[in-house]
Ligand binder design. Structure first.
Ligand SMILES: [Zn+2]
Length: 600
């Protein structure tokens, strides 16, 4: 038995595109394959109905020992009771719990393991809670209303960003007076550096929750603003990115103490956005990395990466060059649009403000990127940490895996899950570059999707593979299915058959029960994973707003400036570390050794 196990282990060690292993169509496979390969495959198929059974897992002692170790770690877990110097929020857009589990299997197999037993980086955080994602007006939410909840701490309505539920979708005149302030804004006010990193356009709903107030998430540039919104003075999101995100706080607001709303989160007056009184503050830095170039430049401006593509030019009708305006505001502000320039800028200590826009709109899916031109989410996260950690007062960083959501909407699980693998890689990088003694890291999602995987698949088979048995219509079916979406394929009352080579294709759309051009979000809770100071408060079933309040409390920013938490032990000096990579690696290694007893 053991020998067969190891043969099959090796055989399955080739995802994300393993050889077809279906036992359902031997005739088809015989046609497709030849010679010894076929013989090997047939031999394997005989055993595949049992799945892979690792020899050590047959022994009860294996499970008893493993659980006892986990129990031991749990008993020794000590809350870190200090304030957090740094706060990092990782947001997997649309990363519901089924997506987390499926990604665990995929990433495990990519690393030569069977899959489900192999923890993700986020799995290794010691504290977890569930987050209730509904919008004030919708049971199943969108990314705009949820961003208001987890970034500003107040629930809002569907498709609105940075405004309370008193504001109405698409009604510009309900914006003013209903703005709510993000934790990022308050962190900047408290003297921290701030950053936004995303794989979607930086004006997209999730990142916009950190800096914008808008009753319509689609008002990316002035070209998207309807006439009445222009009349009432509503600003497009790109303009707010430059004038709010950089968070030029008025001097009279610095150290202003508790928010104006007493114990509640204060609304932000429009005056904060006005120019003139705004000044760049002593060495605060800001980092903006993602896609979204076209919303920043005048209509018709050729894109630097696609100069001959008329569909990728700037779109602004007001002819403003927002990148130029942003650069003019700060000394040491650098704008980059490709990976090489990003890596250079991040290691240049004279750069105080960094904006990197790597595509005209959203960045590409990780598997479709040209990695010589486009930075990965992991690289953008590292670059942001390098720049932000130069501030001795700490930083607040928002990192979004923004296209997990888009992969699901397209009904293409391969795109969603491979982007989630990269999202987890970015979490691992941040975990490595910062100390849990002074940096709170949260990893969560805004909402789920109607994505599922089931079908009693065999251990060790590809997450994109088939259930081992036929469906009632005598056809095969994939483990992954969507409740609705573009993968709907019923025609004339019958469902197309599917085989392994089809289902492993990166562009394959898993079947859906109901036809929709875009697969929908799911309404169930999402997980919140946490490590670092005050991470132990992440427990139970919480409203999504809890995420923002926890970040504000741990960071001792409004409305929790009286948090009464001791300063962190402060072992991580990432700015110093970032300046000399070899030392960084050494110290990070040493730090991990020190922390080893508390990690599992
Ligand atoms: Zn979505």
């Amino acid at each position: 038995m053991g020998r067969h196990v190891w043969i099959r282990l090796a055989y399955n060690r080739v995802p994300p595109s393993p050889l077809p292993v279906s036992g359902s169509h031997p005739v088809l496979e015989l046609q497709a394959m030849q010679g010894a390969c076929v013989l090997l495959l047939l031999g394997l198929q005989l055993q595949l109905s049992f799945g892979i059974i690792p020899v050590e897992e047959e022994d009860p002692a294996f499970w008893n020992r493993q659980a006892a170790q986990a129990l031991d770690v749990a008993k020794k877990l000590q809350p870190i009771q200090t304030a957090a110097k740094n706060v990092i929020l990782f947001l997997g857009d649309g990363m519901g719990v089924p997506t987390v589990t499926a990604t665990r299997i995929l990433k495990g197999q990519m690393n030569g393991k069977l899959g489900p037993e192999t923890p993700l980086a986020m799995d290794q955080f010691p504290y977890v809670a569930l987050s209730k994602t509904y919008n004030v007006d919708r049971q199943v939410p969108d990314s705009a209303g949820t961003a208001t909840a987890y970034l500003c701490g107040v629930k809002g309505n569907y498709k609105t960003i940075g405004v309370s539920a008193a504001a109405r979708y698409n009604q510009c005149n309900t914006t003013s007076g209903n703005e709510v302030t993000s934790v990022m804004n308050r962190a900047k006010k408290a003297g921290k550096s701030v950053g936004v990193v995303t794989t979607s356009r930086v004006q997209h709903a999730s990142p916009a929750g950190a800096y914008a107030h808008t009753v319509n998430r689609n008002w990316y540039s002035d070209a998207d603003l309807p006439a009445d919104a222009q009349t009432y003075g509503c600003q497009d999101i790109a303009t707010q990115l430059v004038y709010n995100m950089d968070i030029d706080v008025r001097h009279d607001e610095i150290g202003a103490g508790l928010g104006r709303g007493g114990g509640t989160l204060s609304t932000q007056s429009q005056a904060t956005h006005s120019l003139g009184v705004l000044k760049d503050l002593h060495g605060f830095v800001g980092v903006i990395l993602g896609g979204g170039r076209k919303y920043m430049f005048p209509e018709g401006t050729p894109d630097p990466e696609y100069p001959n593509d008329v569909n990728q030019t700037g779109v602004r009708k007001d002819k403003r060059n927002l990148v130029q305006e942003w650069q003019a505001k700060h000394q040491g502000a650098q704008y980059v649009w490709n990976r090489t320039a990003l890596l250079q800028a991040a290691s240049d200590s004279s750069v105080t403000h960094l904006m990197g826009l790597f595509e005209p709109a959203d960045m590409k899916y990780n598997v479709q990127q040209d990695h010589t031109k486009d930075p990965t989410l992991e690289e953008m996260t590292e670059a942001a940490l390098q720049v932000l950690s130069r501030n001795p007062q700490g930083f607040y960083l928002f990192v979004e895996g923004g296209r997990i959501d888009h992969g699901h909407h397209e009904g293409k699980a391969y795109m969603a899950l491979t982007d989630t693998v990269m999202f987890d890689n970015a979490i691992a990088k941040a975990n490595e570059l910062t100390s849990e003694l002074d940096t709170l890291i949260l990893a969560t999602a805004d909402h789920s999707h109607v994505f599922s995987f089931g079908g009693y698949t065999l251990r060790g088979t590809s997450i994109f593979g088939l259930a081992p048995s036929k469906a009632s219509d005598s056809k095969s079916y994939t483990s992954i299915l969507y409740g609705n979406g573009p993968g709907y394929a019923l025609g004339g009352g019958s469902r197309p058959d599917v085989n392994d080579s089809t289902s492993e294709d990166p562009s394959y759309r898993q079947q859906a029960a109901v036809p929709l051009s875009s697969e929908s979000h799911g309404g169930e809770d999402v997980a919140v994973f946490a490590r670092g100071p005050q991470a132990h408060l992440v427990h139970g079933v919480q409203e999504e707003t809890f995420v923002a309040h926890l970040m504000a409390f741990a960071g001792c920013v409004e409305p929790y400036t009286d948090c009464n938490l001791p300063d962190p032990a402060g072992v991580s000096d990432a700015a110093h570390l970032a300046a000399s990579p070899p030392l960084l690696a050494l110290l990070a290694g040493a730090m991990l050794l020190l922390l080893a007893p508390t990690l599992y």
